[in-house]
Design a protein around this ligand. Structure first.
Ligand code: AVJ
Length: 326
């Protein structure tokens, strides 16, 4: 039997370019200027993000990894037969390996269902997983969350362990996060569980270093948005004329990333039928990364229709993984 299947559940690349043009036209024409974080993850961007995860300043990945390594057994426990494991935004699936190993150990086999918008990391990690674990079957979906959540419940029978790690939820504003989690709840059954990894609020210095590393990898990740717009929309952004900035806004509970125009300049973006005049110091807001309080998480669970079942934190209280049920 085939142990590895990859399917595409979202619109293909051509329409994504149209969407990029639309996003650029809307975002760069507005004040304040914005670009959506969803376009970070082209092939280069996905590689840069993997490099970010290994940075000394970016405590999130290794802290979550240690929590998962230590508690994977409890996290996958509680079913009388093997649950399918559905991962939203799986990326390279590296932290999930602890959960996969624990599930196989407990239930002898596993159907793992990674979902990601970037095909390359999805395919590579799926291939590595079936090679490494003989008891795992992988069905990968190249899809965004919305399309995946709409089609998956009927295709993957329960019980299911839904996995949403890496503080990926943090990109969403409170209302959007609640809406996304409500969609997850709607896709879940009584026997399903959600494992959610979230970054916690902390001091500004730690947070700002995590998003503005000394090696400049996060700066490249941010600036890669402009490279992508140059390539896909024929724009003439000069990357040397933009700077990366990360700032923690405790009042808003988030780290913001911006691209700052170093000089007054005009940029042409033919693919979006747009010319933009930037003032010196003018910013493009590219990402929000929300940092949660324990109360905020309890409130979010409640509003999205979940009950908190269990939580796991590192000793320093940097990061938290929680298991929710309906
Ligand atoms: C993938 C959204 C969790 O916000 O920490 C890392 C993305 N941006 N460095 C995060 C990111 C800059 C990351 N998430």
């Amino acid at each position: 039997p085939k142990r590895l299947t990859i399917e595409r559940a979202s619109a293909p690349q051509e329409t994504e370019t149209e969407t990029l043009a639309e996003a650029v036209r809307l975002g760069l024409d507005a004040r304040p200027r914005t670009l959506p974080w969803t376009y970070f993850y082209d092939e280069v961007g996905s590689q840069l993000f993997e490099a970010i995860c290994a940075l000394p300043e970016y405590y999130l990945t290794r802290t979550e990894d240690a929590i998962l390594r230590e508690h994977a057994d409890e996290m996958v426990a509680g079913w009388s037969r093997d649950p399918a494991m559905i991962e939203l935004g799986s990326g390279s699936s590296s932290k999930t390996r602890w959960l996969i190993a624990a599930a196989i150990n407990r239930y002898s086999k596993l159907h793992y269902v990674p979902i990601d918008v970037s095909p390359a990391p999805l395919i590579e990690s799926a291939q590595a997983l079936v090679r490494h674990f003989s008891a795992v079957r992988v069905t990968g979906y190249v899809a965004n969350y919305r399309d995946a959540l709409a089609t998956l419940p009927e295709r993957i029978p329960g019980p299911r362990l839904w996995v949403f790690l890496g503080s990926s939820l943090g990109n969403y504003a409170a209302d959007e996060a609640c809406e996304l989690l409500t969609q997850v709840a709607a896709a879940m059954g009584e026997d399903d569980r959600l494992l959610l990894g979230t970054d916690l609020a902390k001091d500004a210095a730690t947070l700002e270093a995590a998003y503005d590393d000394a090696a400049g990898i996060t700066a490249r990740f941010n600036l890669n948005l402009l490279t992508r717009i140059n390539r896909e929309l024929g724009a003439d952004f000069d990357l040397d004329r933009f700077a990366h900035r990360a700032v923690y806004r405790p009042d808003l509970g988030r780290v913001e990333m911006h691209l700052v125009s170093r000089v007054a300049q005009t940029v042409r973006i033919p693919g979006a039928a747009l010319t933009v005049d930037f003032a010196a110091g003018e910013m493009i807001h590219t990402e929000n990364s929300h940092k949660y309080s324990l109360d905020g998480l309890a409130d979010l669970a409640d509003r999205a229709g979940f009950a908190e079942e269990a939580t796991w934190t590192d000793r320093q209280g940097l990061f938290r993984v929680q298991r929710w049920r309906l």
